[in-house]
Design a binder for this molecule. Structure first.
Ligand SMILES: [Zn+2]
Length: 319
């Protein structure tokens, strides 16, 4: 391919980030960022995407002929062939065309993938999965998602939903999950789960340095607030994070037993913000999994941080 660069877009529930990426190296040479807000209609979505891409292109100063296209990783269910975001709960819209408006506006091809899938692709090409042909990337944040790589290829499954590790069930009679089932991993080990537990404990009279940092209507507690509380030795936050990490470790033990991966890559805001979470989850995973299954498995942190989605989305153009 003669073109050297592609734009990658990470279209998440809270923000949209775009970057111009050098395809061969994964190097970022210009970025743009905006908060995701409630759009008025479908065309409002593409206008905002164009604004973010323009910002990234302005910073990169590349010639139009060097641009291979635009790759998008979107949170939610996607139709890759039609370039549609099928279901975006956060936006209150469905069937949103993402690739066609961008392709028309910039006169280049555009491709769409799911956010976890493209972040996994980023880690595979340039991050912690580089050189490894059998691994799973697990991203812990408001929810828990994963991308499975076997023989250097991302496994999508029969209906494209493979990797929904957040909805594996740990406790059949346990807490209600966002998906409607009871006792999913996500309801115990995500940042949202941690925020909910801390909120209810504070309501019952427990004190914590984060009590005024939780958004009570949405149950949001930022990863940064969690890491600051851990550094300050906050007892409630420490106990809750350890408990969530143990549940994560139980989920990881099942992953090890099922897939026998060479590597488990843990990423996402919560993992980056808390060494404690990473350490406890890892210890628990190795202590609970079958000994024979763990022998060649290593658990490491993601390598690309916040930019895995952008870098990975740019690589969609190479497929
Ligand atoms: Zn669930």
């Amino acid at each position: 391919m003669p073109e050297k660069y592609a734009v990658g877009i990470d279209f998440g529930g809270t923000k949209v980030i775009a970057g111009v990426v050098e395809l061969s190296s994964g190097r970022l040479i210009g970025t743009g960022k905006k908060k995701t807000r409630q759009p008025n209609d479908v065309s409002d979505v593409s206008k905002r995407l164009v604004a973010v891409v323009d910002e990234a292109l302005a910073g990169a100063e590349i010639a139009q002929k060097d641009l291979a296209g635009i790759g998008i990783g979107a949170a939610g269910m996607v139709n890759r062939e039609k370039g549609l975001l099928i279901n975006a709960v956060n936006l209150g819209l469905s069937e949103v065309p993402l690739t066609e408006p961008l392709s028309q506006h910039y006169g280049v091809p555009a491709k769409l993938g799911n956010d976890v899938e493209v972040a996994t692709l980023g880690e595979l090409k340039f991050g912690a999965g580089k050189g490894c042909d059998h691994f799973i990337c697990i991203f812990v944040g408001t929810g828990i998602g994963s991308g499975i790589v076997i023989e250097n290829k991302i496994v999508r499954g029969a209906t494209g939903t493979a990797g929904e590790i957040g909805h594996t069930i740990l406790h059949p009679n346990g807490k209600v999950c966002g998906c409607g089932a009871h006792g999913c991993l996500e309801a115990y080990a995500s940042r949202t789960a941690i925020a909910k537990t801390i909120m209810s404990e504070v309501r019952r009279g427990q004190s914590s340095v984060v009590s005024d940092k939780i958004d009570p209507t949405k149950g949001i507690l930022r990863s940064k607030a969690i890491s600051q509380a851990l550094e300050a030795g906050d007892e409630l936050v420490t106990r809750t994070v350890i408990d969530a990490a143990r549940n994560m470790g139980v989920g990881l033990a099942s992953v090890i037993n099922l897939l026998n991966p060479k590597r488990i890559i843990l990423g996402g805001g919560l993992v980056e913000a808390s060494e404690l979470y990473f350490r406890v989850a890892t210890e628990e995973a190795f202590s609970k999994a079958l000994k024979i299954a763990t022998k060649k498995t290593e658990i490491v942190k993601a390598g690309l941080g916040d930019y895995a989605g952008i870098v990975g989305a740019s690589q969609l153009l190479l497929k």
